[in-house]
Design a protein around this ligand. Structure first.
Ligand SMILES: [Zn+2]
Length: 327
């Protein structure tokens, strides 16, 4: 029942990742820090990984599509035989022109994706040895790579509920309602009653238009949706024949869904003490990506690198205050 993640259209060579093989995994329950440190000890190890990743299906020049190449200016470059364009393993990827070493970028991706718990950029920066600001910018890119794609849409049986998160920050110990943000939580309920994938969407409010948009973005058209009888849902029933509403019975009717809502809130509050409205969706994407890949933790790093390789550079305003107030 799992929505499988693609490697951005590329298949990885299996011999590359012998250390990550499922049977070796049972010992680690995921790619451990030790596995990672053994595999990636230098920038060269990371370049090697990218080379094999980028040209896993063979070389194809980005300029002229020629498939023949010479050795390029160094071992991780390939020079097109036809147009002589010399392309590095990092060219046209998010790994080009990093503000840190490639190894540090890999270490950061490993920590964000494969660690049991997520990490704030304060912790990340300290562990990897870069400034918090540098960690902050790179983490935004990781979160963009973690955004769900069309094929990740929730299928078959989906339960949905709206919730409020946040309001923990700004140095105030309590929370106030007006600092909270609305989030739509969607959960796939499998045949055995267990949870499949989750979807999380920052929504503007609790109007039916907000709900409709969230359904559109997260749920497959063929899926059956069950919600409580909140008026905005009831108002959508005429428009959505696949929507069924029932009484929530104080959450009892949607047990798994409410467990998931609690987990998301705990995660946001525990790790990311500060998270502004503007970046909330990034954290939600991070949570959902990690959760939806929980049964393939040994591959989650590979999946993330695959997605990062296809990410175009994103402009972010370099604003110090922004970094400090969103960890
Ligand atoms: Zn060429």
């Amino acid at each position: 029942m799992f929505v499988s993640q693609s490697f951005g259209g590329r298949r990885l060579k299996s011999n590359l990742f012998s250390i990550f093989e499922p049977n070796k995994l049972d010992m680690f329950k995921g790619l451990s820090q030790l596995d990672f440190s053994r595999k990636f000890q230098s920038d060269e190890d990371c370049y090697q990984y990218l080379v094999e990743h980028k040209w896993a299906d063979g070389f194809k020049c980005v300029r002229c599509s020629c498939t023949n190449y010479y050795k390029g200016r160094t071992w991780y470059y390939r020079r097109c035989k036809q147009c002589m364009y010399d392309e590095s393993a990092t060219a046209n990827t998010i790994f080009h022109d990093l503000k840190m070493s490639l190894l540090q970028a890999f270490q950061m991706m490993f920590r964000v994706s494969a660690r049991t718990k997520g990490m704030s950029t304060v912790e990340l920066g300290k562990e990897v040895g870069v400034q918090q600001k540098t960690a902050w910018f790179f983490k935004r890119k990781i979160q963009i790579a973690m955004q769900p794609v069309e094929s990740n849409k929730l299928k078959t049986n989906v339960e949905m509920d709206e919730s409020l998160v946040g309001g923990y920050s700004e140095g105030k110990p309590g929370r106030s309602l007006d600092e909270k943000e609305a989030v739509m939580v969607a959960v796939e309920i499998l045949g055995d009653g267990k949870v499949g994938n989750v979807g999380l969407r920052h929504i503007e409010g609790f109007k039916k238009e907000d709900f409709e948009q969230a359904v559109d973005e997260m749920v497959d058209k063929e899926a059956k949706i069950t919600t409580d009888d909140f008026p905005s849902w009831v108002a959508l029933k005429g428009k959505m024949p696949n929507l069924e509403t029932k009484k929530s019975e104080k959450g009892e009717g949607f047990k798994e869904l409410h467990v998931q809502i609690m987990l998301v809130k705990m995660w946001l509050r525990g790790i990311h003490h500060k998270c502004s409205e503007k970046f909330l969706q990034g954290y939600l994407d991070e949570y959902a990506f990690r959760f939806n890949n929980r049964n393939q933790r040994y591959k989650i790093f590979d999946i993330l690198v695959g997605k990062m390789m296809h990410l175009q550079p994103q402009p972010f305003t370099r604003n110090k205050r922004l970094c400090e107030s969103n960890t």
